[in-house]
Design a binder for this molecule. Sequence first.
Ligand code: GLY
Ligand code: MN
Ligand code: MN
Length: 464
Amino acid sequence: MVTAMDTSFYIDRRNRLAATIGPGSIAIIPTAPERPRNRDSDYLYRHDSYFYYLTGFTEPNAWLVLDGSGHSTLLCAPKDLEREIWDGHRLGPEAAPEALGVDEAFSVAELDAKLPRLLENRSAVWYPFATHKGLESRIDGWLSSVRARVRFGALCPETQRDLCGPLDEMRLVKDAHEIDILRRAGKISAQAHVRAMQTSARMLREGRDLREYHLDAELMHEFRMGGSQYPAYASIVAAGANACVLHYHADAAPVRAGELVLIDAGCELDGYASDITRTFPANGKFTGPQRVLYDIVLQSQYAAVAATQAGNRFTDPHDAAVKVLAQGMLDVGLLDANKVGSLEDVIEQRAYFPFYMHRTGHWMGMDVHDCGSYVEPTQVGEVHERKDPLSGETVKNRPSRILRPGMVLTIEPGIYVRPGEGVPEQFHNIGIRIEDDAIVTADGCELITRDVPVDGDEIEALMR
Ligand code: GLY
Ligand code: MN
Ligand code: MN
C-alpha cells in the first residue's frame, strides 16, 4: 500500500524557487536516467537530487517544469498495466496532482509537444547546467520549435540560466523535514558501526577467519534493518595498512588481531545521506602506538567540533583540527622540529601534508558530498592570491563560507602513516579517521552520529 506523502515541504520549496527565478522565467528539471549495468540489468535506480528536492517523487522518466509564478507541471510515466507487471507500480499523471501537490501532470510521452508551449512567451529558461547529459540539446530543440512560431506572435526566451545556483543555495540550509531524516539516517548508520565493531571482536575471539567483507555485510544488515534503501556511498572497510588508501573499498583482506580497522560508511535514508568513520582495534584492544595516534586525531576532532558554530567560517574547523594534528605529529616524532621548524612553520608550509592530506569536512545532505558554495557569496570578489608551499602553484583564495544554523557538514580529521624515511616504525601503516555529521546551530553544532562512541576507552568497552 502506498501511504500519502506530506507534500507541504515540496510545495514550499517550489514556491521559494519560483520566487527566486521570478515572473517571466521558467525552470526545467529532469530526474536521473536509468543506467544499464550489463545487458538486461540496470544499476539500482537513484533519482536526481534536485528533482527529488522539489517533488519527493522517486520514479524514473519524469520532469518538473516550474514557472516563476509558482505553477508546476509534472511529466511522468503513464499508467501501463503490462509495464507495471514487470517494473512495478507507476503513479501516473492522473494521480500525480493529488499525490505530489503539483498543479497539473501529463504523460512524459507528451514532453516534446508540451515543452515548446510551456517555453513560449518566457523571458528566461533555467535548468541545471552540466548536470544531465544531452539536456542542453533537448532544450535547444524546444527553443527551435518556439522560434518557428514567432511569426504567429510567439516570443522565444532570450536568456538561459543555471538553476544550480539558486537550488544549491536552498539545499545548503536544511529545512525541518530534511533535518528530521538526516537525524534518523545518522542513528541507523551509528548502529551499523556498533554492530561491525562488536562482530569484529567476537569473530576474532572465536578464532574465525575474519575478512573485510564480513564487516561490510554487518553494515548492510543494519542499514536495511533500519529501513534505509542503500549505502550513501561505497562503504570503506579497511584493515591494517589498507586504511592508508583513502578511497579503499571493502574487499577480501583478512582482519587481524593487533591491527586497526577503519570503516567509513553511512546509509542513505529516504534520499538523505549519512557519513561516519570510526577506527577501532580489530580485537577490541588498542596497542600503545595506535592509541597515541588515535588520541591525537580524537583531540583534533574535538577542536574542530568546538569551532563548528554559526558565524564561524567553513574553514575554521579545519584550521582548528590541523593545529592539533600538527602539534601531535611534532610531539610523537612523525615530524622532526629540527627539519620542519615550529608549529607555525608546519602549518604555514603544510609540512603535515604527508600524514594529513584531505579537508576536515564537506557539506552533506541528499548527496554525501552535498552541493553548496564553499565561498561566502557576499565576498566572492575578495580574492587573495598566494603561492602554495607544496606545489608552488598560485592559488586564488576567497573568503570561506560563513556557517549558518541548518547547514550540515562532516567533521573528519585523520592521520595516515605510510612507511618512509625517518618515519618512526611503530606508527607504520596506521591509518585513522574519525568522522561525524554535524548540524550547525546558533551557538555550536549538533552531532547526529554519536550513537557510536569515539572515545578510545568507550570503544574498547563496547567491544568487550
Ligand atoms: N565517505 C566520503 C567522505 O568521507 O567524504
Ligand atoms: Mn565525509
Ligand atoms: Mn566518510
